[in-house]
Design a protein around this ligand. Structure first.
Ligand code: SAM
Length: 371
């Protein structure tokens, strides 16, 4: 992408400009420590002078036993070097190149200032003294550009919070290049066909700490409509998101913990959809332990999914027959009486108990331990 194209892209995608906090990165990364030993890590949407991903890996370089850390900046970022100097080390800001598109490559973080601890002062020292550590990129730093793809090919693991508007090309690119990765995204990305099919094939899953409230640092002019999702601390603006999930293909222990099930199936309690042969299970905790057929569950199930316990059959977006074949629109009324609609959803008709309505669901089946 040419520089002026990138600059207009930045205007279009200012919603992509929210910056991950170090605590959220630390909380997730501690579950994968052993898998990073001797690996080349790439943070490919991360201005090293502003990203906490770079900061985390630089400070934990020796502790994780990394082979190399690469971090690249992007010309389209409207905050570059302006509003979000996340590094509080004055010296680091001073060594930042004038040109704003560059890569940092680190192969060791020695205790250069000999204070007995590896910290950001050592990273600063390294960047000041090793002329190879910071080099300009020829292009705009777009993760899809040939020079960034060459860096991707050099890497073993990609860890970042990428531009969410480009997730449909970002995650498939990592899979195509056969990389391991840990990236932040919106829970709803699972419903995108190109993401869901990889989850279904067990090539992609959720990480460890999903949902909850994560606060992201944002530029001053970032628009936040809901007051409760905004806070300003020491003049810095933050935005909270409840649906930020980690997407990964690195194994972790929670993925193999089976859900404990306590409910038993009864046809009265679990209605069958009109437009697909599966039962409606409206809460993940109420998956019946003794039902062998297909079940429709909320997408939040995927955060509890263990591939030894369940098989993922598909999602309603792909499986649901159009409701118009079965009922008039008035029949789509939900329990509250409101008429709801939409294609790609499963339909439990009026008069069939408390779960009548239309639902967007993931379809699963027991394959293993039902306890
Ligand atoms: C959600 S923000 C996260 C930034 C940083 N990774 C973090 O977690 O703090 C996504 C970043 O990707 C950058 N970006 C947008 N489009 C990009 C592209 N095509 N290639 C590389 N980076 C891009 C944005 O400027 C923004 O800084």
């Amino acid at each position: 992408m040419a520089l002026n194209e990138a600059l207009s892209a930045r205007n279009r995608n200012s919603a992509d400009e929210f910056y991950t906090q170090l605590t959220d990165i630390e909380d997730e990364l501690r579950h994968y420590r052993a898998q990073f030993k001797n690996k080349v890590v790439l943070c490919n949407c991360d201005d090293p002078f502003e990203s906490n991903f770079f900061k985390y890996f630089a400070m934990n370089f020796g502790h994780l036993g990394l082979k190399k850390l690469i971090s690249t900046s992007y010309a389209g970022s409207p905050i570059t070097g302006k509003q979000l100097p996340l590094f509080d080390v004055e010296g680091l800001r001073a060594v930042r190149p004038v040109r704003d598109v560059y890569k940092v490559e680190i192969t060791e973080v020695p205790d250069l200032n000999a204070d007995g601890a590896i910290d950001l002062l050592d990273v600063e020292h390294l960047l000041r003294h090793d002329s190879n550590a910071v080099t300009p990129l020829g292009g705009d730093g777009d993760f899809r550009s040939p020079e960034c793809v060459a860096l991707l090919d050099e890497a073993d693991i990609v860890v970042t919070n990428p531009p969410w508007s480009l997730i449909r090309s970002f995650i498939p690119m990592l899979l195509e290049h056969d990389k391991q990765f840990l990236v932040l995204g919106d829970q709803n990305f699972v419903t995108y066909r190109e993401i869901f099919r990889e989850i279904q094939a067990n090539k992609l899953w959720f990480g460890y700490n999903n949902g909850g409230t994560k606060w992201f640092r944002v530029p001053d002019d970032y628009e936040i409509k809901t007051e409760s999702r905004k806070k300003i601390v020491n003049g810095v603006k933050y935005f909270s998101m409840g649906r930020a999930y980690w997407f990964t293909n690195i194994d972790h222990s929670r993925r193999h913990e089976p859900l404990t099930l306590y409910k038993r199936y009864s046809p009265e309690e679990y209605q069958t959809y009109t437009n697909y042969p599966a039962i409606e299970v409206s809460k993940v905790s109420e998956i019946p332990m003794d039902y062998d057929g297909e079940m429709g569950v909320p997408i939040t199930f995927l955060d509890k999914y263990s591939p030894e316990q369940f098989e993922i059959i598909g999602q309603s977006i792909e499986l649901a027959e159009p409701m118009s074949r079965y009922a008039a629109k008035e029949d789509y009324a939900c329990a509250a009486g409101r008429v709801v609609g939409g294609t790609g959803k499963f339909f439990v008709p009026l008069g069939s108990g408390k779960h009548r309505g239309v639902y967007q669901r993931v379809v699963i089946k027991h394959i293993g331990d039902k306890s």
